[in-house]
Design a protein around this ligand. Structure first.
Ligand code: IFM
Length: 455
C-alpha cells in the first residue's frame, strides 16, 4: 500500500455521546447526507408479483440463515413506503439510497412484471415530491432464482441479462434519478457468496469465486454502457472495502494484508478505473478466469461520475501457507459491533485517501454505506450508534481536509431490516422496527442525526 502509513485504530478516546460532535456546517457546501436500504431487506417479496430470489432458496436450506428467515414480508415497505419516505423528509436528509429488485421487475429474470416497475416509479416520484434526491442501486443481491438455476453469476448470460434489466429500469425511472450504481458491493455478490459460501447461492471454492469475481465486474461494465446510452445522470459504483491490517509486525503478515486488500478492495475499483486487474491477485486467479476475460476489461473500464465506498470495519490478516490465498483473518482487540466487527473509523479515512490517490483521482467520492448493528430496544438510547457514526463522520472530515473529494455520506440503514444470513437478528437501523406490528420507532441516533443536519 503506497504512500499512506497505516494509523493504528484506537478508540480509547471515543465516548458515547447523545449528540454528534460534528454539524452539517462542518462539511463542504452541497455535501449530500443520505440513508440507505435495499429492496429484499425491506420491501416484502411476497407482494406485488415479485419472483422467487436465490435468497428465498438459500434461506430454505437448513443452517444457512438464522432461523431460516427470509424476506417475504421484511419491513412491509411495499405497502408502507410513504410513511418511510416521510421519515426521511422529516429528519432533513438530502437523499435516499434504495435499490430496485431484479426479481420484482422481472420475476424470472427476463419477463417484465409491470406492477414491479410501477412500484419504483411511484417511489421515485414520492421522493421527488418530498424534496429527497433518489439514489438508485440496480442490484442489491436478489437474483431471480430462475437465473440462479441457469448458473447465476458463474455464467456470462447473467451479466448479459443484467444489461437488459438495466435497460428496462433506465427507460422507466432513469430520467428522475440523482444518481445510480449498477451493483452494490460486488465483492459480496461474488467472493462472499461463491468462495466463502456465506451468502446466496452458498457456493464455495476458488474456481466459483474467481468466475463470479469476473462476471460481476462485467455486469457493472455492461450496465454502465446501457445507463450511458439512456443518458441517465450520475453513473457510479458502490464497492465495499475493509481496512486491511497485518496481524503481526512481520513481512509475511504484511504480504497477507496486501493480498487481502487486492481481493477485497482493489479488484473491482482497479478494473473499473484502470481497465486492469491487480497482478498480485491474478497470480492466484489466472488459472480459473473465464475464457476471453482480457477483452472484457475494456467494457468494465468506463469513466464514472462518482465512486462509492461502503465501509464498516478493519480486518487483521495473518500469513498461512497451505493454500492460496495465503492468509487467514484473526480477531482484533478493538470494541466490536453486534456483528463482531471491530470499530475502526481510521480505516475509512485511509481507504478514501488511498482510493482517490491510486484509482479515482478527482472523481467525487461518496460513503455509500456506513453504520453498525446494535441490539437496540425502544426506550433505550442507541448511544453506541451515535458514537460509531460520529467517529466515522469525523474520519470523513479528516479525509476531506487531507484532500479526498468526498461529496456525500450515506448511513446504513434507515430502519432495522433483514440482515441476510443473520435474518432479523441484527439491527442496523436508525429507526427501530417491531417486526410483528411493523411499528417504526425512531431511535436516539435518528433524532441526533436530525439535530446534526440542522446545525
Ligand atoms: O445489510 C448489509 C447491506 O445489505 C450491504 N452492506 C452491508 C450491510 C450490513 O451488513
Amino acid at each position: 500500500m503506497k504512500d499512506y502509513q497505516q494509523p493504528s485504530p484506537d478508540l480509547a478516546s471515543e465516548t458515547a455521546p447523545t449528540e454528534f460532535s460534528v454539524a452539517r456546517s462542518d462539511f463542504p457546501e452541497g455535501f449530500v447526507f443520505s440513508t440507505a436500504t435495499s429492496a429484499y431487506q425491506i420491501e416484502g417479496h411476497a407482494f406485488g408479483g415479485a419472483g422467487e430470489t436465490h435468497w428465498d432458496a438459500f434461506a430454505r436450506q437448513p443452517g444457512k440463515v438464522h432461523l431460516q428467515q427470509h424476506g417475504a414480508v421484511a419491513c412491509d415497505h411495499y405497502h408502507r413506503w410513504e410513511e418511510d419516505l416521510d421519515l426521511i423528509r422529516d429528519v432533513g436528509l438530502d437523499a435516499y439510497r434504495f435499490s430496485t429488485s431484479w426479481a420484482r421487475v422481472m420475476p424470472d429474470g427476463v419477463t417484465l412484471n409491470p406492477e414491479g416497475l410501477d412500484f419504483y416509479d411511484r417511489l421515485v416520484d414520492g421522493l421527488l415530491q418530498r424534496g429527497i434526491k433518489p439514489m438508485a442501486t440496480l442490484y442489491h443481491w436478489e437474483l431471480p432464482q430462475a437465473l440462479s438455476e441457469k448458473g447465476g453469476w458463474l455464467v456470462r448470460k447473467t451479466p448479459e441479462a443484467f444489461a437488459r434489466f438495466t435497460d428496462v429500469v433506465a427507460r422507466r425511472i432513469g430520467d428522475r434519478l440523482h444518481n445510480v450504481a449498477p451493483v452494490n458491493e460486488p465483492w459480496c455478490v461474488a467472493w462472499l457468496s461463491h468462495y466463502h459460501g456465506a451468502h446466496a447461492p452458498g457456493l464455495t471454492g476458488l474456481e466459483n469465486g474467481v468466475r463470479s469475481m469476473h462476471n460481476v465486474a462485467l455486469a457493472h461494465g455492461l450496465s454502465v454502457e446501457v445507463l450511458r446510452a439512456h443518458g441517465v445522470p450520475g453513473v457510479g459504483a458502490a464497492c465495499n472495502m475493509e481496512f486491511p491490517l497485518p496481524a503481526r509486525d512481520t513481512d509475511e503478515d504484511r504480504a497477507a494484508a496486501r493480498l487481502y486488500d487486492g481481493i477485497y478492495n482493489r479488484w473491482f475499483v482497479q478494473a473499473m478505473t484502470r481497465g486492469t486487474y491487480p497482478e498480485d491477485v491474478l497470480e492466484g486467479f489466472a488459472p480459473h478466469m473465464p475464457e476471453g476475460w482480457e477483452k472484457d476489461l475494456e467494457r468494465i473500464h468506463a469513466p464514472l461520475d462518482w465512486f462509492g465506498v461502503n465501509y464498516y470495519t478493519c480486518q487483521r490478516l495473518q500469513a498461512q501457507s497451505d493454500r492460496w490465498p495465503y492468509y487467514s483473518t484473526v480477531p482484533g482487540p478493538l470494541p466490536k459491533t453486534d456483528m463482531g466487527w471491530e470499530i475502526a473509523p481510521e480505516g475509512l479515512e485511509w481507504l478514501l485517501l488511498r482510493t482517490a490517490a491510486d484509482f479515482t483521482g478527482d472523481t467525487p467520492l461518496y460513503v455509500t454505506e456506513s453504520g453498525m448493528a446494535n441490539p437496540d430496544v425502544p426506550g433505550r438510547a442507541d448511544v453506541e450508534r451515535i458514537a460509531y457514526l460520529d467517529g466515522h463522520f469525523r474520519a470523513g472530515l479528516r479525509a476531506i481536509e487531507r484532500g479526498a473529494p468526498l461529496a456525500g455520506y450515506t448511513v446504513w440503514s434507515l430502519m432495522d431490516n433483514y440482515e441476510w444470513a443473520f435474518g432479523y437478528d441484527k439491527r442496523f437501523g436508525m429507526v427501530h422496527v417491531d417486526f410483528d406490528s411493523q411499528r417504526r420507532t425512531p431511535k436516539a441516533s435518528w433524532h441526533a442525526l436530525g439535530r446534526m443536519l440542522r446545525r
